[in-house]
Design a protein around this ligand. Structure first.
Ligand code: MRU
Length: 356
């Protein structure tokens, strides 16, 4: 990749983010030097995509701790708890956020009684470990998933589950990148992904950067494109997968899944275990974020609806497991029945061999 989504600047002790709200027009890196600016970056989608949100939040805790004037373990750990609570309130659906923040909290607890300087170092090491594991996880998802693709195939994807959504090569797009690197000819159709156009602005941008053929379509064209036989499979990412295999992902994924089913096109979900929430039985328990009305009533060119119109803007939907042909994880590919297969993969001894 010729861009870096998330980077820790050791000299400045700052989190550096590629501001995704300015793509594809401008490649601008933002330095977040305090906790509120990290929280704001996550809320405003400057950094987005479930794994990237988790990594950014972990570094957000580090950025917050950098300003700490605490002198002992107890007061430092209270400050970390407050930082975690603030970051946890930014976005509710992607479980990676809570998973990463819990790891940061645990990193402090595991150093009970340590000096504040040592605790700050422990937090930085944990955030760096989360980021390095994410990179490895993306590579493994790509390797497991690439076997599902044959040369000459066309993949439909929704939203952006690529390098911009992770610290590595992505989840859904990692599969495409890996297949491409194995010499398979793969073409991608990208849904534009209303309302904030992650498919148009981000997926088509990063695939073009990587030299992978991409065709952009409006969301409402997917049915026709499938009927014309242009799509061999759908691959999407996930913000949270329930124990039964129900998948929360960007709004519109459910519709794509129903269309794929109607046209006998397999739909694969590529997701790391940090997106899999085995504590909830089904997708009914997944909190769905509602975002500002302006995302729907105003396009990039200005207002597209009258000011007084009521707007409903759920940012995610839940695709029932019956529409999911397979879930591609870093530990292998799970198929139905997901409750059993995901649980089995989660118990499998597994260490993320971080290769950097
Ligand atoms: O609102 P966003 O842009 O954070 O939503 C992102 C998605 O829905 C992605 O598909 C999902 O996080 C998977 S990212 C590998």
């Amino acid at each position: 990749m010729n861009f870096t989504t998330i980077r820790w600047d050791h000299d400045e002790s700052a989190l550096v983010l590629l501001d995704q709200t300015r793509l594809p027009g401008e490649v601008v890196y933002e330095h977040c030097r305090d906790l509120p600016s990290v929280a704001e970056a996550i809320r405003r989608l400057k950094v987005r995509g479930a794994p990237a949100i988790g990594v950014a939040a972990a570094f957000g805790v580090v950025v917050g701790a950098r300003h700490s004037r605490a002198v002992d373990y107890a007061s430092f750990s209270r400050e970390v708890d407050d930082a975690v609570d603030l970051l946890a309130a930014t976005r509710p659906t992607a479980v990676n956020l809570f998973w990463a923040l819990e790891r940061m909290r645990r990193a402090v607890r595991e150093h009970q009684g340590a000096s504040v300087a040592d605790l700050k170092n422990a937090l930085l090491s944990e955030a760096e470990a989360i980021q390095a594991e994410d990179e490895t996880t993306c590579r493994l998802i790509g390797e497991h998933g690439a076997g599902l693709l044959h040369s000459g195939q066309t993949v439909l994807t929704h939203c952006n589950a690529g390098a911009l959504a992770t610290s590595g090569t992505g989840t859904a797009l990692a599969v495409v990148y890996q297949a491409h690197s194995e010499g398979k000819r793969i073409h991608v159709y990208a849904d534009e992904t209303r309302p904030v156009l992650q498919g148009a602005r981000l997926t088509s941008w990063e695939l073009a950067q990587a030299g992978i053929g991409v065709t952009l379509i409006c969301d409402n064209m997917a049915a026709q494109v499938m009927k014309e036989g242009r799509i061999d499979c759908v691959i999407v990412g996930a913000d949270r997968v329930a124990a039964n295999g129900d998948v929360a992902n960007k709004i519109g994924t459910y519709g794509v899944a129903v269309l794929a089913d109607a046209h006998d096109v397999p739909l694969y979900v590529a997701a790391p275990f940090s997106s899999i929430d085995l504590s909830i039985e089904s997708g009914h328990e997944i909190p769905i974020e509602e975002r500002a009305a302006a995302e729907v009533s105003q396009g990039p060119g200005g207002r597209t609806a009258p000011e007084e119109v009521a707007v409903y803007n759920p940012a995610f939907d839940v695709t029932p497991a019956r529409y999911v042909s397979a879930i591609i994880t870093e530990r292998g590919v799970a198929r139905q029945p997901y409750a059993e297969r995901l649980a089995a993969l989660s118990h499998q001894a597994w260490e993320p061999a971080v290769t950097g």
